[in-house]
Design a protein around this ligand. Structure first.
Ligand SMILES: Nc1nc2c(ncn2[C@@H]2O[C@H](COP(=O)(O)OP(=O)(O)OP(=O)(O)O)[C@@H](O)[C@H]2O)c(=O)[nH]1
Ligand SMILES: [Mg+2]
Length: 339
């Protein structure tokens, strides 16, 4: 609230008078979503309304980008033109791993006549269409009519449970589908409670499965549901025991497996994560926390390494609004930006 008041003062000066303050949530009839504070103030002679979004601001990732740039700043192929060298630097600065950047540039050049190999602008445009081709996206909202079972897996704290709530709320409330939730994250009482709370607010059933057997039983009990979303505990990519356990849960289940990775993940960790979670077959990728970074190399890296299409991206803590279906042009634009 203090931030909202400060924002009003900043915009309208210290003479602004606070008339009224309220606390609001934006979605599901005010029951869900991040808290927003509304401050009604006045300056003579006009009344003005100022609103401040008090959600946490995105930390800058300058340091990570700089490190990556330093590591990758070596010219990848001295025989290449200055234009290519400069574009390589641009890609690496956007946290695209060196090998991916080099591969992209090489493939781009094969699509351009030799006389354009010095033309930074032309290469950049062609590169954009290549990235858009590489980041395959799917429309997860399309329903064939059969029951769909979706499992979210991924490292700890990336936003799996929150994303399940977003998907569930959108399918249930906007898409008018019968949605059911199951959690196998029984390590922490708080994790079960978190999902139960969302289920209660959305008005959908939730089941807790303590073993692979119980998971199968829970799925069977939800035969009437169009969509079953299964939440799993976050796993460290370095913990083989946990990975084995996850595999046991997923064995024999006809589910679509979505790997959830945060856009803030260090590029060097992405490969480890993909390798570890690759022990179960990854059907789709979800990238979360796009709002917490300014470089999106991780999106491209994850798609390249998993060879799986991108289903959703999430852009904030708000349930259910901060989720989008990824489209490849938009993602390519995001990845390349205007660095
Ligand atoms: N900024 C931002 N925060 C997010 C986003 N998605 C989730 N979060 C936040 O990330 C934190 C962790 O979210 P959870 O949904 O509990 O993550 P999780 O992957 O289920 O965590 P574990 O079950 O402990 O592995 C919460 O504070 C969420 O609000 C996003 O897109 N942007
Ligand atoms: Mg969770």
């Amino acid at each position: 609230m203090q931030e909202a008041v400060a924002s009003l003062r900043l915009e309208y000066g210290s003479d602004a008078v606070i008339l009224h303050t309220t606390q609001k949530r934006r979605w599901l009839w005010g029951r869900l979503g991040p808290k927003r504070y509304e401050v009604l103030g006045a300056i003579d002679p006009n009344f003005k309304r100022a609103q401040a979004d008090t959600r946490p601001r995105a930390p800058e990732h300058a340091a990570a980008s700089e490190d990556n740039y330093k590591q990758g700043a070596s010219r990848f192929d001295p025989s290449m033109s200055e234009a290519v060298q400069s574009l390589y630097g641009r890609l690496v600065r956007r946290d695209i791993p060196k090998d991916v950047a080099q591969g992209l540039l090489k493939d781009t050049l094969t699509r351009l006549p030799k006389q354009d190999w010095n033309d930074e602008g032309k290469i950049w445009i062609r590169l954009g269409s290549l990235v858009a081709e590489r980041v395959v996206t799917v429309d997860p909202w399309e329903f064939s009519g059969d029951q769909r079972i979706v499992v979210l897996i991924g490292p700890t704290g990336v936003g799996k449970t929150t994303t399940i709530a977003k998907i569930a709320a959108n399918f249930s409330l906007v898409g008018a589908k019968n949605v059911g939730l199951i959690t196998v994250d029984t390590y922490r009482i708080a994790a079960v409670e978190q999902l139960k709370t969302y289920a209660e607010i959305i008005g959908i059933p939730v089941q807790v499965a303590y073993s692979p057997r119980e998971l199968k039983d829970s799925i069977a009990r939800m035969a009437d549901r169009d969509l079953i979303l299964i939440d799993t505990a976050g796993r460290s990519q370095n913990n083989y025991l946990q990975m084995g356990e996850l595999k046991n849960y997923l064995e024999g289940i006809d589910a679509e497996i979505h790997l959830v990775i945060s856009a803030t993940t260090k590029s060097s960790d992405v490969d480890e994560i993909v390798k570890a979670f690759g022990q179960v077959s990854i059907d789709r990728v979800i990238i979360t926390k796009l709002d917490e970074t300014t470089t999106y190399g991780v999106v491209l890296q994850t798609c390249e390494r998993t060879n799986a299409p991108l289903s959703f991206v999430t852009t904030g803590q708000g349930v259910p609004e901060d989720i989008e279906v990824a489209t490849n042009e938009k993602i390519a634009q995001l990845i390349l930006g205007d660095a």
